[in-house]
Design a protein around this ligand. Structure first.
Ligand code: GLU
Length: 295
């Protein structure tokens, strides 16, 4: 299956944590239409924007193994998904077309440090806004809200929600909010928690029968289930609220305000809906329009 192939390829290449890539084949102009060029756009007082402008391209942190959200096609090297489209939309409004975007795959555990180090200008990858993370990074958004759920084998009727996980092996990812919840709420015994770097690695473990469930956001799990509906199902009882934000360097309020303006215009003007319908919406789920948190 594709997920396993990808996970194996990542491991073989030693790229489980990070990998870089420019998107697209020659001539790919991407899907975010705009007439703007970087020189026309001003974000007064934003050191991050100045850096992007003098570099002549944007470096965006993303996920590469989450189909429907942030996914790198192993053959073409092209990135697709809802988060990728949101990243492109923001870049376009900042004056950077698709060919001026460099994607850098950063796993959940590495996000804060990548932003602190300035390895990426901003991060779009199922990144939940919360108070603890806000001590280290800034967030624009939310641009979507997911909820923690469970992925199990298609024929497993013993796991029906978070209160049925005792005695079951549960896999999630280091540095994520779902692994935190499994631990702090004791959803299963410590020896039954399997902690890996990427969700696709957890899905491989589930496929091989080494774990009984994978837990993370429903939006992520639906992507894996839809790739292999004969093998997996999402339980469908969410037990948290995960508002997705665009991660930013903590003190760059000017860029945060600008990206919130961009998101607001996209939400009110229809671009957000179009992006959603072309990506996550294809799995049949409907999304409430997000309400921005400005701070
Ligand atoms: N949204 C959750 C988080 O930010 C889980 C997904 C992820 O690890 O990216 O931790």
């Amino acid at each position: 299956m594709r997920v396993r192939t990808l996970a194996v390829a990542l491991l073989a290449g030693g790229l489980a944590l990070t990998a870089c890539g420019k998107e697209g084949s020659p001539g790919d102009t991407g899907s975010a239409p705009t007439q703007q060029v970087a020189a026309d756009v001003k974000v007064d007082g934003s050191p991050t924007f100045e850096k992007m402008k003098s570099r002549g391209k944007v470096i965006v942190g993303v996920k590469e193994d989450q189909p429907g959200l942030g996914y790198k096609d192993p053959t073409s090297g092209k990135f697709t998904g809802f988060d990728i489209e949101i990243a492109k939309l923001v870049a376009a409004k900042l004056g950077f077309e698709s060919d001026k975007i460099e994607y850098k795959a950063i796993a959940s555990q590495g996000r804060e440090q990548a932003l602190i180090n300035g390895d990426v200008d901003y991060y779009v990858g199922t990144y939940t806004i919360n108070a603890k993370r806000k001590e280290q990074v800034g967030f624009a958004g939310p641009y979507f809200t997911a909820g923690q759920d469970l992925l199990v084998k298609k024929d497993d009727n013993s796991i029906t929600g978070p209160d049925t996980l005792k005695g079951k092996k549960v896999c999630s990812v280091t540095g994520s909010t779902p692994i935190q919840k499994v631990k702090t709420e004791g959803l299963t015994e410590p020896e039954n928690i399997v902690e890996l770097q990427n969700y696709s690695q957890c899905v491989t473990q589930l496929e091989q029968g080494a774990v009984d469930a994978v837990t993370t956001d429903d939006a992520i799990l639906k992507g894996y289930a839809s790739q292999d509906p004969s093998k997996f199902k999402v339980v469908g009882k969410t037990f948290s609220s995960e508002p997705y934000g665009i991660g930013l360097p903590k003190d760059d309020k000017a860029l945060r305000d600008k990206i919130n303006d961009i998101l607001e215009a996209a939400i009110n003007g229809g671009d957000w809906q179009a992006v959603y319908d072309n990506t996550l919406g294809k799995s049949g789920s409907t999304a409430n329009k997000p309400v921005l948190e400005r701070y």
